[in-house]
Design a protein around this ligand. Structure first.
Ligand code: AHR
Length: 324
């Protein structure tokens, strides 16, 4: 892109001011490609960071972006995809709020010859050619990492039993299903681990607080561990633990996912024990994949960003500002 601007400047110099204005118009009228992106909502700092990253990277790569926010409703996402088809964008990208129910609209995109890229989450379908690529975290591995941390902590504490409550993300969403599976598979063979209950917190801070209030009311000090599927719900849950007279991070082990700045600061304060990273910075991978698709190149079916965990065993001073 920078090369193209330099070439245009040279042409401008040769053509004089009038020619330059004309070239400028040509460049503005011809973006690398037009992308329609349906974001699922604004439920968390992950999501807000993800939206901003996609907008910023689209500008950087010279891609014209039609961004629509579905406010947590699948029907709004389906409507947005239909508008992108009617507009005949070059590429459709979207973060599916849930896994089921996309076949019809994706078939329409296929019939219109518009390639589809999934971002962050995936879908459930028998027709594998309805999308080209999925760019997003390995949510199963995130659940495994949370489970592995807990096994290590259990060894350190030397307890015979650890009673666990789980606050899950949106039902039927990829991160909810895979984080749950990865975590359960990891702790399943250990007789110290006992699940008391799993409740649905929908990835929302307010629901995290409600779920925690309910769980503390029902199980009180029996709770040893809280596995919360995202930072937003964790941040909502912590004041409820404190109001009930317990010290989060000490009386109850807190496991969270995402790694946004607010949660990292709470981890540093000792009120969260482990955060598994889920990065929202998927914009560059998306733009590069979309350009490759437009150029007719073959792209990877699944693209996972590299992720890590932050725990009370680590040097927490060394964490760079998170940017979301
Ligand atoms: O799909 C990723 C998840 O969605 C993030 O963990 C969560 O914060 C968001 O709502």
């Amino acid at each position: 892109m920078k090369k193209m601007v330099t070439i245009l400047m040279l042409i401008c110099l040769a053509a004089g001011v009038g020619g330059c204005a004309q070239q400028q118009k040509v460049e503005e009228a011809a973006p690398a490609l037009v992308m329609g992106f349906s974001q699922l909502g604004s439920e968390s700092s992950f999501r807000i960071g993800n939206t901003k990253d996609i907008e910023d990277r689209a500008k950087e790569y010279g891609i014209s972006l039609m961004m629509e926010n579905a406010n947590q409703k699948q029907e709004n996402q389906i409507d947005a995809l239909r508008r992108f088809i009617a507009y005949r964008v070059d590429v459709i990208a979207f973060s599916p709020i849930v896994e089921d129910g996309w076949d019809n609209v994706l078939l329409e995109a296929k019939q219109a010859g518009i390639p589809v890229i999934l971002v962050d989450r995936t879908i459930e379908t028998d027709q594998q050619d309805l999308y080209l690529s999925q760019i997003g975290a390995d949510f199963y591995r995130e659940g495994v990492m949370a489970g592995e941390y807990l096994l290590k902590k259990a060894d350190e504490l030397g307890k015979e039993k650890l009673h666990i409550v789980e606050i899950t993300g949106t039902a039927d969403s990829t991160p909810m299903k895979q984080r749950h599976e990865g975590f359960m598979d990891t702790i399943a063979g250990d007789p110290r681990m006992e699940i008391l209950e799993s409740v649905n917190g929908d990835f929302l801070r307010s629901r995290g607080a409600e779920c925690m209030k309910y769980l503390i009311g029902k199980y009180g000090q029996r709770i040893d561990v809280i596995f919360s599927h995202n930072d937003e719900m964790t941040v909502g849950a912590i004041p409820e633990i404190e109001k009930a007279g317990y010290v989060p991070g000490r009386d109850m082990i807190i496991l969270s996912i995402d790694g946004g700045q607010e949660a990292i600061d709470i981890l540093r304060a000792g009120k969260i024990n482990c955060i598994v990273e889920c990065t929202p910075m998927l914009g560059s991978l998306l733009m590069e994949t979309a350009i490759a698709v437009k150029e007719g190149k073959t792209v990877e079916r699944v693209i996972h960003p590299r992720e890590r965990s932050f725990t009370d065993y680590d040097d927490l001073g060394a964490i760079a500002p998170r940017g979301y």
